[in-house]
Design a protein around this ligand. Structure first.
Ligand SMILES: Cc1cc2nc3c(=O)[nH]c(=O)nc-3n(C[C@H](O)[C@H](O)[C@H](O)COP(=O)(O)OP(=O)(O)OC[C@H]3O[C@@H](n4cnc5c(N)ncnc54)[C@H](O)[C@@H]3O)c2cc1C
Length: 449
């Protein structure tokens, strides 16, 4: 097929957001009689799922301290639930298991989940938490746990499979996905700031509307559009804090314990919920008993059995990257990069943390998969997404690395493009920084909770 020279809608990035927007926009155009999927082109410089969506752990949860994030996530979980087979989605639920410093925050999350009808149970107190966990896993042994939030919805999806599922649904609606094409710039209208064409490595494509869903590469598109490299943020005291960098990269450390995924089931032989544990108990090495974290320091991990990864897969707290933002090399991305992969220290900590939680993982250090894993994510100034329209006809989906689970954002963006305002997206507008309309922060050790 000849390379396109024009398309009403050009979507950049064939990850979760680009493809979800393409699919839902096709449905919206068809339903409104304004067009169809044939009016949409998705461009990707690599292939389908070649960015962060293709290496994501795949966790889908509601557990967020910020009300706007919870409401958005409840919407996305409904989209995952709409076609679990195509999205390779496993609705096994999710558990947030916490120490006392997080008890009150998680209690609030539970209360608000009840208010929005998101099914969950909340267990409080050290004895009741231990007994609840033992009723699910008879080898449970984590210490200093004083609350358990058990979300009955959510779970996880298999990263590349779900993205290919989404691509198939978009293509079935007539969307054209063109891979191996790098977007290099934009041609702007002479009388306004609007984009009139997208410049690529294979030629120029005229268009009416552009959507940018380029995950960590959002930095490059922000620069191409000449958007500000720093922002001013109004604090809770009403004063403006200037020169805050727009983007920060964090390294996500993940890995796989190469065991039979069947060895990690619940007492009644079922697939377990996705597990997330944050505690301030002393963490001892599974190798030599040395202290990795002193009692009182908060640390956390997440994990799940995953047949797609071939073992028990998960991660721990990410760390901020110190390389200056514009100098950070993103390509090759993820495990293909020699620079941005999980460290041996992570492996030691994560396997020790697994053994801290379950007796069955004691002595399993040698089973940690030596294959590289992990990757970097691009975070906003407050570590929450920016979903907004820029340059009159360009929607940027900058999810601040929260976003594999946010499959529903593409639906809301498609509705925005076709003229329907979304209250769910409003709290994520760019102007919130200057207006001081910030999201509350939690006591979690993770930047995305
Ligand atoms: C190790 C890791 C684990 C994660 N685990 C989870 C998780 O469990 N749950 C969760 O919700 N989130 C998770 N995330 C975050 C999540 O993966 C991302 O937020 C999300 O996938 C971003 O999706 P996207 O569609 O915006 O971008 P991506 O999936 O990164 O897709 C962007 C695409 O844009 C293309 N592109 C870039 N530049 C150009 C260009 N110039 N021209 C053309 N194409 C271009 C790339 O090739 C890429 O395919 C994880 C992230 C990492 C790194």
């Amino acid at each position: 097929m000849a390379f396109p020279t024009s398309s009403d809608y050009v979507i950049i990035g064939a990850g979760i957001h680009g493809l979800s927007t393409a699919y839902h926009l096709a449905l919206e155009l068809k339903a409104s009689g304004k067009g169809s999927g044939e009016d949409i082109i998705v461009l990707d410089k690599g292939g389908i799922a070649s960015g962060a969506s293709g290496i994501a752990c795949g966790v889908v949860r509601n557990n967020y301290y910020q009300p706007a994030m919870r409401e958005l996530m409840a919407h996305s979980v409904n989209v995952w639930d709409s076609d679990p087979e195509a999205f390779s989605y496993h609705p096994v639920g999710y558990m947030q298991i916490s120490c006392e410093s997080m008890h009150a925050d998680v209690g609030e999350i539970y209360q608000q989940q009840q208010a929005i009808g998101y099914e969950s149970v909340f267990i409080e107190g050290e004895n009741d938490s231990r007994n609840y966990m033992l009723s699910i896993y008879d080898d449970w042994q984590a210490e200093n746990i004083t609350s358990v939030l058990h979300e009955k919805k959510g779970g996880y999806a298999n990263n590349t499979k779900s993205i290919y599922g989404l691509a198939g649904k978009a293509e079935a609606e007539g969307v054209r996905i063109v891979t191996g094409v790098e977007v290099t710039g934009f041609m702007r209208d002479s009388t306004s700031s609007a984009i009139k064409a997208v410049e690529t490595s294979k030629g120029t494509i005229k268009c009416d509307y552009v959507v940018i869903g380029t995950g960590p590469w959002v930095r490059d598109f922000w620069n191409m559009l000449e958007l500000p490299k720093t922002v001013s943020i109004k604090g809770t005291d009403g004063t403006l804090h200037h020169n805050i960098g727009m983007w920060t990269f964090w390294q996500l450390e993940e890995g796989v314990l190469k065991v039979d995924p069947e060895m990690f089931k619940t007492n009644d032989g079922k697939q377990p919920p996705v597990m997330h544990v944050d505690t301030d108990a002393a963490l001892k090495s599974v190798v030599d008993g040395s202290v990795i974290e002193e009692e009182g320091n908060i640390w956390g991990l997440y994990y799940k059995p995953d047949f797609h990864f071939g073992g028990v897969q998960g991660g721990a707290m990410p760390y901020p990257v110190t390389t200056p933002v514009d100098e950070l090399q993103l390509d090759p991305y993820g495990p293909a990069s020699p620079e941005w992969i999980s460290s041996p220290e992570f492996a030691h900590m994560w396997v020790s943390a697994l053994a801290h939680c379950h007796k069955r993982f004691e002595g399993s250090m040698s089973k940690f998969d030596k294959e590289p894993s992990g990757g970097v994510g691009c975070f906003t100034p407050d570590s929450f997404p920016v979903f907004d329209e820029f340059a009159e006809n360009c929607y940027i989906i900058a999810d601040s690395n929260h976003g594999y689970k946010m499959i529903g954002v593409g639906q809301l963006v498609a509705q925005h493009i076709t003229g329907q305002t979304s209250e769910l997206l409003k709290p994520f507008r760019f102007s919130r920084y200057a207006e001081g309309e910030l999201h509350p922060t939690s006591n979690s050790p993770f930047p995305w909770s």
